[in-house]
Ligand binder design. Structure first.
Ligand code: SAH
Length: 217
């Protein structure tokens, strides 16, 4: 079991300066950000920067998102605790842990097997038991366990993949960066009475979503 109290004061500072000061209000999201030890999810050479205000490399050309981005995207899902959530782009597993803290079950997909392996062992060591991992193309979702109350895509897509809209539950919310391969706008999509509503929020930069309903490899 990893000691979660290690770096607690760094986490408190991160939450105060980067998360609450910038307007994140959801108390459960704040609690999750205080609880999950972010330093466990970065490589040892970057460990001293784990609570800083920027993304960091996680290997294989991928990144762990900036803490603020993780908090904002999570808040947009409006999780109350009993939801089933699909995450595309497991990466380091940090966002996965935040989601697992806040809902009843997380299904997470990553295309790079080595990242899944690392993330799985980190989450197991932290005691999370409500996460299922898959290595594969998340742009087509995970139909077996659909529908999902929340879907979070942490890679930039050319458009919202149709498969993911289909796998979103009634009153569900989907968060996705949409734009070019280098620059996107964060979008939130809602399904209400079978209709789809989409809102553009703010600019962001994510690594590309590669796959059948993403960018071609
Ligand atoms: N939430 C992660 C962010 C990782 S970066 C974190 O904070 O650590 C985005 C991840 O999406 C990368 O690991 C990349 O390999 C993965 N990815 C890109 N296209 C994908 C696809 N079609 N299916 C699953 N994962 C994908």
């Amino acid at each position: 079991m990893i000691q979660v109290n290690e770096s607690k004061s760094e986490r408190e500072r991160m939450v105060e300066k980067q998360i609450t000061a910038r307007g994140v209000k959801d108390k459960r999201v704040i609690e999750a950000m205080l609880h999950v030890p972010r330093h466990v999810f970065v490589e040892s050479v970057y460990r001293h920067q784990a609570y800083n205000d920027y993304p960091l490399p996680v290997g294989h050309g991928q990144t762990i998102s900036q803490p603020y981005m993780v908090a904002v995207m999570t808040e947009l899902l409006e999780l109350k605790g009993d939801e089933v959530v699909l995450e595309i782009g497991t990466g380091s597993g940090y966002q996965t842990a935040i989601l697992a803290f806040l809902c009843s079950k997380v299904y997470t997909i990553e295309r790079i097997a080595e990242l899944t392996k690392q993330a799985r062992s980190r989450l197991e060591n932290l005691g999370f038991r409500n996460v299922s991992f898959m290595v594969g193309d998340g742009s087509i979702g995970w139909s077996e366990y659909a529908p999902y109350n929340g879907i979070m895509i942490t890679a930039g897509a050319p458009d919202v993949p149709n498969s993911l809209i289909e796998q979103l539950a009634e009153n569900g919310r989907l968060v996705i960066p949409i734009g070019s391969e280098y620059y996107q706008v964060l979008n939130v999509v809602k399904k209400h009475k079978g209709r789809i509503y989409r809102k553009e929020l703010f600019e962001c930069t994510f690594v590309p979503l590669l796959g059948r309903e993403g960018w071609k490899e």
